[in-house]
Write a protein that binds this ligand. Structure first.
Ligand SMILES: [Zn+2]
Length: 289
């Protein structure tokens, strides 16, 4: 159920049917090589949530489209807001969601660069008493990365990947055997956009820029966990080998695996009765610590 599509009198029933859980998909606007759209992160998580909510009903909040984009200022299409503004927006949006009666809020993220900002936000929320809880979870393309598919093949057999043809299995075997690299805008994200907006994937542009590490910032990596060096290592906002052989079948598979994960997550969170009780106990005891 989508927040903006409900009429006013439908909200009480929606709160009940959602178990009080409201999920906000979060992405960003930034370059994803020259073969994927700049809103890739929002598209893949919004599509996954929409499909999951059809199986296990939950309130879907409109996506938060402008994430934390630190580097890549020379590239077109990026929208950079300050972390302070993003966190203030999230603070007020969460407060409004809760005022409307949804007391469990999940910030469902699909842009790696948002993790720092979101974890910081969620922790800061609990410094003042609230009658709601905010969580964050980052997921998206990892299920359809070739090493994960290889693991499924080895452990569960060929029939666990019914979406794929034998030629696709060869793509996985070749990718893993050659230790090919996968990451931002690489195999997994390409598959996910094939899964939700195949019309926007331009495989003919997948090798237009390089996704390989410049190694310029290698000496900083062991010491700087902020990953601000990432844009120097991968100046085309593209990390990985060209995703040769990626296609709509991988897209369907990636979307199914993501949706299965999200359905499990929704079931755990919407039927949970501990989180709000623990939050109330914590509020009651707050004077003591
Ligand atoms: Zn991305």
């Amino acid at each position: 159920m989508k927040w903006g599509e409900l009429r006013e009198e439908e909200f009480d029933a929606a709160i009940k049917e959602s178990g009080g859980l409201c999920i906000m998909p979060i992405g960003c606007m930034e370059m994803h090589g020259q073969h994927l759209p700049v809103a890739t992160d929002t598209m893949k998580i919004e599509a996954g949530l929409e499909a999951a909510a059809k199986i296990e009903p939950v309130m879907e909040f409109p996506p938060f489209r402008f994430g934390d984009v630190q580097g890549l200022v020379t590239k077109k299409g990026s929208i950079r807001l300050t972390v302070e503004l993003e966190q203030e927006l999230l603070k007020q949006l969460c407060s409004e969601i809760a005022r409307n009666g949804f007391k469990k809020i999940m910030l469902l993220n699909s842009h790696g660069g948002n993790k720092f900002m979101l974890n910081n936000f969620v922790r800061s929320v609990s410094y003042t008493q609230k009658d709601y809880v905010v969580m964050t979870h980052t997921t998206g393309a990892k299920f359809v990365q070739p090493p994960n598919l290889k693991k499924i093949l080895d452990e569960q057999g060929r029939e666990a990947l019914p979406e794929l043809l034998d030629e696709d299995i060869e793509v996985i075997e070749e990718f893993v055997a050659n230790n090919r690299i996968y990451g931002h805008a690489g195999f997994g994200e390409t598959a996910m956009i094939f899964g939700c907006r195949p019309d926007l994937v331009r495989m003919d542009r997948a090798d237009a820029v390089s996704g390989l590490d410049t190694h310029e910032a290698d000496y900083l990596k062991p010491y700087d966990d902020s990953q601000r060096w990432w844009g120097r290592s991968f100046p085309n906002s593209y990390m990985g080998d060209v995703p040769r052989g990626c296609n709509e079948r991988f897209g369907k598979l990636g979307m199914r695996l993501l949706v299965e994960h999200l359905v499990e997550m929704i079931r755990v969170l919407k039927y949970d009765e501990n989180m709000l009780r623990w939050n109330a106990e914590r509020n009651a005891a707050r004077g003591r610590y």
